[in-house]
Design a protein around this ligand. Sequence first.
Ligand SMILES: CC(C)(COP(=O)(O)OP(=O)(O)OC[C@H]1O[C@@H](n2cnc3c(N)ncnc32)[C@H](O)[C@@H]1OP(=O)(O)O)[C@@H](O)C(=O)NCCC(=O)NCCS
Length: 178
Amino acid sequence: MGNDTHHTVAIFSDHDIADHLGELGALLHACVHHGASIGYVLTFSVEDGKTFWRDKVLPAVRNGSRLLLVVRRDGRIAGSVQLDYDTPPNQPHRAEVRKLLVHPDFRRQGLSRLLMAELERHAGGLNRRLLTLDTRTGDAAEPLYASLGYRTVGIIPGYCRDPFADQLDPTTIMYKAL
Ligand SMILES: CC(C)(COP(=O)(O)OP(=O)(O)OC[C@H]1O[C@@H](n2cnc3c(N)ncnc32)[C@H](O)[C@@H]1OP(=O)(O)O)[C@@H](O)C(=O)NCCC(=O)NCCS
């Protein structure tokens, strides 16, 4: 990361989400259109992106079952990640890492490492010491998570639709014990 740029990672409340729906929607939109396998397929509009944050993330943050971290670079939202700790009573120590997103304009600058380090710090604070996730097999996120100490459990073939093509893609299941 250069010295001439300024990065900040912040916890976003439900009010912060409501106040930044446009930028958050644009972040998700850009990632989907750049080929990310993060739950959506084309066609996908900025309005669809805003709907995701408003209808899926905001209520979970409001009811205290999800943590949303946002990284800004020079004031602009550059990425985000979520910790979903809406787990059943027999898994009070576990949480799911969801939707690590870095805007295509800001990739390979260490922002995802920064987000994940903060996420793990907060997970520890919440006593969530087992983190699980899945990511499309072969995507950039796979070596990223591996470099952060996430171990691969296995691959599920035909797990999700490709965002662009008429095909099903495999997913890799990973975990890390903090
Ligand atoms: C995966 C993603 C979050 C990485 O974000 P990023 O900020 O560019 O990642 P970083 O700069 O922190 O990279 C950290 C390390 O991850 C690995 N990595 C990141 N992008 C990579 C790529 N395109 N190819 C191979 N390795 C990559 C490298 O080991 C990298 O370290 P290095 O730059 O020192 O070599 C980003 O590409 C993204 O948003 N992708 C689309 C969304 C997605 O797939 N999210 C995961 C959902 S589970």
